[in-house]
Design a protein around this ligand. Structure first.
Ligand code: GH3
Ligand code: MG
Ligand code: MG
Ligand code: MG
Length: 312
């Protein structure tokens, strides 16, 4: 029986086919103690559609890097507060910032200094006298490569969602933010029911399709600010910001019902799938591990009580 495609389903399909690497403007952090020089570089990049943020006090670089996932750091070499090479070394010591390209923009011509800059974590060295077009093209090239690498490192190839460790990192960051601002979040662990049987009955490809469907449907259902990650094989983590479990339950439960009515397509037929979810709300005292453990325990109960349900 053909059923009309409703808007919700259309949104899910768009999500399903959406190119996860849809071009977002490149974001470059310009670090230079000379504000005028920084403003000029920023203006040059802005004309080419590249967003920039300027930091003139290098000691605030980490605050900027923690706040935004920059595609590139364009850094002056000699700054009074702290030298560019030392700063690059410090950035590279943090696991989170291992992959962000650091390109030095400097008037320094000395080959030894340039070598040192590269040795301590710089990826490239551009002279301040370099032709403007060349500078822009170099930045664009670096950004493009950095994005491909980042998505390989952080995203799951099947669903395009952030992976296990990246998800936990986000949970940690949001709990931290919650301690500062007093806001609470809710974590849901979502696990597909009897997924092994789905694979055994309909084949692995159909199983993969279910995983992609669930991730796109879930992403389309939630707010843009909520975080969805592939926690494990057929388990997903959902972090709902500024949300209590009382607020999260109706949203997730209506999604549970909606999802259970979607037809999954396989080569030799269509079938339906359910999931169970364990839900836990954060408090100011929550640590990542304790919040995950609480959601996991609730998920375990949901499975034990018969699956296809949410448990808080
Ligand atoms: P339960 O309701 O208790 O969760 O049962 P289950 O069968 O879903 O759980 P179980 O942990 O026994 O099986 C999980 C299955 O998920 C086994 C594994 O083959 C499958 N799986 C994990 N990752 C993938 C994947 O990327 N693609 C496919 N097709 N299957 C996967
Ligand atoms: Mg300087
Ligand atoms: Mg399962
Ligand atoms: Mg599982």
């Amino acid at each position: 029986v053909a059923t009309p495609l409703d808007l919700r389903e259309l949104a899910e399909w768009l999500e399903y086919f959406r190119d996860r690497e849809a071009p977002e403007p490149a974001r470059v952090l310009v670090v230079d103690d000379d504000r005028l020089a920084a403003e000029m570089v920023a203006a040059l990049l802005w004309v080419c559609g590249i967003e920039t943020e300027i930091v003139t006090d290098p000691t605030t670089v980490f605050e900027a890097l923690d706040r935004i996932a920059f595609d590139l750091v364009l850094m002056d070499l000699s700054m009074p507060q702290i030298g560019g090479i030392e700063l690059a070394r410090m950035i590279r010591q943090s696991r989170r910032h291992l992959s962000v390209p650091i390109v030095f923009l400097s008037g320094e011509d000395d080959a030894e200094t340039q070598m040192a800059a590269r040795r301590f974590g710089g990826d490239d060295f551009i002279s301040k006298r370099t032709d403007r077009n060349l500078l822009v093209r170099l930045v664009e090239l670096r950004v493009e490569r950095a994005r491909v690498l980042r998505s390989l490192i952080e995203r799951d190839g099947l669903t395009g969602l952030i992976d296990h460790s990246r998800f936990l990192e986000r949970v940690g960051q949001e709990l931290e933010r919650g301690r500062r601002t007093g806001s609470n979040c809710t974590l849901a662990m979502v696990d597909i029911d009897n997924f092994k049987t789905v694979n055994d009955t309909w084949g692995h490809q159909a199983g993969d399709h279910v995983l992609r469907r669930l991730s796109s449907a879930l992403t389309a259902w939630l707010r843009r600010t909520d975080v969805v990650g592939r926690y494990g094989g057929e388990e997903f983590g959902v972090l709902m910001l500024d949300t209590t479990p009382d607020q999260a339950v109706p949203v997730l439960d209506s999604f549970r019902q909606h999802f259970s009515r979607l037809d999954m397509v396989a080569r030799d037929g269509a079938f339906r799938v359910t999931f169970s979810a364990g839900i836990a709300g954060s408090t100011r005292a929550s640590e990542t591990a304790s919040l995950v453990a609480a959601a996991d325990a609730a998920l375990y109960r949901a499975k034990a009580e018969g699956r296809d349900r949410l448990v808080v």
